[in-house]
Design a protein around this ligand. Structure first.
Ligand SMILES: Nc1ncnc2c1ncn2[C@@H]1O[C@H](COP(=O)(O)OP(=O)(O)OP(=O)(O)O)[C@@H](O)[C@H]1O
Ligand SMILES: [Mg+2]
Length: 433
């Protein structure tokens, strides 16, 4: 039996599955014990299109992580994306106050329960309900109401919802690999966990994880998440533009993209020529970096414009957010950041995952931000349980059966600074929603 707090996270991406096993040290820091990455061809735009291919990629990735760590993985947190993922914000009145009383943990728990009821939408699964702030007796903006006095309390919460069918398909593909699921975490929330600083969350920031099949977006303001959305566009479309323009296979187009593409080819190299294998032609087609650059620049511009359009929401318009953090493999395209800065007209940086020790150098890369973030978010916000070794150790019986599905992932969050403490307090009282 393994006594340490080992937990695993599986990021099933459109191009690769990444499994990370990590351990929480007594001082709270998180150390990575093993990483396994396997190519995946089972997803399209973040959704399972080929269950068997997905399952075998999960098996390969979990197997590699288990081998690297020297211990079997039985369970894991699972990342979720797809354009069915949407968010909404609710204000809810917390009943049960009679006269002025001290706000207790039970009141906070009831706040989460009532916000969950208000956020629920018929036929959709509620994935996260994250308290953003509270209003006590008409005073708004209270981040942690515990211990304060109030006769009336409202909670403002951010809820993230998804469609049942794609969620079930992903879970089934992972379970078929022999892995239990002890929590679902949406990918934009995970990526944010691995790349954003506290100052960025406080001042306001847009986080975009541009992957192979999706662009996962999360917006933070005054320390908490205010918007989550997923666009069904990623590196795939960039490669596909090359494939269509030059009648090349997807593989050949990907090779050309990785080797020669830039969204802002510089004047010195723009006329450089190279060959691309075009189907139906005996000899490679000779093209220039400028031609590829034109395609990449148009696609990057369109992606950024679509993202900004998607964020043109009444509740975001007044926030004056002037920072953007980009991550995911798609931002490795040379010149992408420059285009993002031009469209966004604000400060833009590209980020790799941080916050976990022992991440192999080759994984300290924007492509692994969401994978690392899944582990960090789960470790910081979900109850302690062991995902590795032969037998589960849980403090909250029944939550680690791998079949817990959505309910097991259901945790509310206090604003970031309070989250860890709150998670510890909450661990014995799962939110009953
Ligand atoms: N140097 C590069 N230049 C351009 N694109 C790149 C580069 N390196 C990686 N990519 C692109 O990044 C994408 C893969 O990114 P990532 O690993 O973040 O995706 P994923 O997690 O598998 O997919 P998703 O999160 O969308 O489900 C691919 O489309 C790949 O072509
Ligand atoms: Mg990804």
């Amino acid at each position: 039996m393994i006594q340490d707090d080992y937990r695993a996270a599986i990021d099933v991406g459109t191009t690769k599955v990444c499994t990370i096993l990590g351990k929480k040290r007594p001082d709270g820091s998180i150390e990575i014990a093993g990483v396994g990455v396997a190519p995946c061809s089972g997803l399209k735009r973040g959704l399972v299109a080929d269950p068997e291919a997905t399952t075998s990629a999960v098996m390969a990735s979990v197997g590699a992580a288990s081998k690297a760590a020297g211990m079997p993985i039985r369970q894991a947190y699972l990342g979720l994306t797809g354009s069915h993922v949407e968010s909404r914000n609710v204000w809810s009145k917390v009943d049960g106050f009679s006269g002025v009383t001290v706000v207790t943990q039970e009141d906070v728990r009831r706040a989460l329960a009532v916000a969950s009821e208000d956020a629920a939408v018929e036929g959709r699964d509620l994935l996260h309900v994250i308290p953003r702030s509270y209003a006590l007796d008409g005073i708004y903006g209270v981040r942690n109401p515990l211990g304060m006095h109030a006769a009336e309390m409202y909670v403002q919460a951010h809820a993230i919802l998804g469609d049942r069918h794609p969620i079930e398909s992903l879970q089934a593909a992972v379970r078929a690999a022999g892995i239990g699921i002890s929590g679902l975490i949406v990918e934009p929330v995970a990526a944010a966990e691995a790349v954003l600083t506290d100052a960025e969350r406080e001042e306001g920031v847009i986080l975009a994880d541009i992957g192979g099949g999706t662009t996962d977006v999360a917006v933070f303001y005054e320390g908490s998440i205010v918007h989550t959305t997923v666009l069904p566009i990623g590196g795939y479309q960039f490669t596909n533009d090359i494939a269509i323009s030059f009648n090349a296979t997807y593989e050949e187009s990907e090779r050309i993209k990785l080797r020669f593409a830039s969204a802002v080819p510089d004047a010195r190299t723009a006329s450089e020529e190279f060959g691309i294998d075009s189907q139906g032609m005996d000899d490679p087609l000779i093209i220039t970096r400028r031609e590829i650059g034109q395609l990449m620049s148009e696609r990057a511009t369109e992606l950024m414009r679509l993202m900004m359009k998607k964020l043109d929401e009444p509740h975001l318009n007044g926030l004056r957010i002037s920072q953007m953090v980009l991550t995911g493999g798609g931002v490795k395209l040379d010149g992408f950041q420059a285009i993002a800065r031009y469209i966004f007209q604000g400060h833009v940086r590209t980020a790799s995952p941080r916050g976990a020790e022992g991440l192999p150098v080759e994984r300290q890369d924007p492509q692994f931000s969401a994978s690392v973030g899944l582990l960090l978010w789960g470790m910081r916000n979900l109850p302690r349980e062991s995902h590795a070794g032969r037998k589960a150790i849980t403090r909250t019986g029944g939550r680690s059966n791998g079949g817990g599905g959505l309910r097991a992932s259901f945790r509310g969050l206090l604003p970031r600074s309070k989250a860890t403490k709150a998670a510890k307090r909450e661990s014995a009282t799962p939110v009953g929603v």
